[in-house]
Ligand binder design. Structure first.
Ligand code: PDD
Length: 281
């Protein structure tokens, strides 16, 4: 596999980062994951917009221009001959002697891009469905920034896996409202049949898949609400699903061992899965 590391395309086994890279030492960096389908980057502009926003929020300049970055992404996919995959890009505040405050302006940010092949896009929505568990959201207060600090997310996802679930749905322990998944946005079709996902603020990541699906719903004239919901409302939901660059629209049929609705993939999620499949193709 070929990785892009600070201006060079290298055999990934030989690619190295400095042990004083601030991403490694402090988690001082941000990232993006983009789905590559049939040789095309899905929602590429949304991902690049969010990358630029995350960088601005942590006061880090773009390591290369946007057109140059687009070129690197395409080049990593091409050199690896991947047409169905996940592109990973990461920008950190570069290499400097350890000091919490930022290094001198002359230290360039470090950019790494890798790609991994994934299975073909799912066609059977029933087999794409999965189970979730719930856990308190223990992350920091700026979850709108796609920071590489993912320890709470890793712990939550591992807890899910150990319980035979694919994702942990996180909730604010004070208010009891659902925030999002460990690496996904979470949605319900509530007891009144309304498609709902949490509104955007600093509490969740503004998912690109979330944004793209909302735009598709709007275009199709399908009603939805961006409004938070409690764990109890979630347990009364008729249907539930996740969105992300890696899970697309993924039906959730069990939460904490109990069925969502009748425990089968419902009609609304089935339709949204089709809508998103068309969006990707
Ligand atoms: N995760 N919320 C969190 C906390 C995420 O980490 C992600 C993405 C999402 C969905 O965002 P998007 O639709 O833009 O992928 C929501 C990526 C896929 C990851 O960490 O691998």
């Amino acid at each position: 596999r070929i990785a892009y590391v600070n201006g060079r395309y290298l055999d990934q086994r030989l690619a190295e980062v400095n042990i004083e890279d601030r991403g490694y030492q402090f988690g001082d960096g941000i990232y993006e994951v983009v789905h590559l389908y049939n040789g095309r980057f899905i929602d590429e502009d949304r991902h690049l917009d969010r990358l630029e926003r995350s960088l601005r929020e942590i006061r880090l300049p773009m390591p290369v221009s946007r057109p140059a970055l687009r070129h690197v992404l395409a080049e990593v996919a091409r050199r690896n001959r991947v047409t169905e995959g996940l592109l990973y890009m990461q920008v950190t505040r570069g290499v400097a002697r350890r000091d919490h405050a930022f290094p001198a302006r002359s230290v360039p940010p470090a950019l790494v891009v890798t790609v991994k092949r994934i299975a073909a896009y799912p066609t059977d929505v029933d087999r794409w469905a999965g189970a979730c568990i719930t856990l308190p959201d223990l992350r920091w207060a700026r979850r709108d920034i796609k920071s590489i600090n993912l320890l709470p997310n890793c712990l939550a996802r591992q807890a899910a896996r150990e319980q035979g679930a694919i994702e942990a749905i996180l909730f604010d322990p004070d208010s009891g409202t659902v925030t999002e998944g460990a690496a996904t946005n979470f949605w319900i079709v509530d007891e009144h049949g309304v498609i709902r996902t949490r509104h955007l603020d600093h509490v969740i990541l503004p998912g690109c898949t979330r944004g793209a699906l909302l735009a598709e719903l709007e275009a199709a004239g399908i009603a939805f609400e961006e409004r938070d919901f409690s764990i109890e409302e979630m347990r009364r939901a008729r249907e539930a699903f996740l969105t992300s660059a890696t899970s697309f629209v993924k039906p959730i049929t069990r939460i904490d061992g109990a069925p969502v609705g009748d425990g089968e993939v419902g009609p609304v999620v089935r339709r949204l899965f089709e809508i998103f499949a068309r969006h990707v193709k």
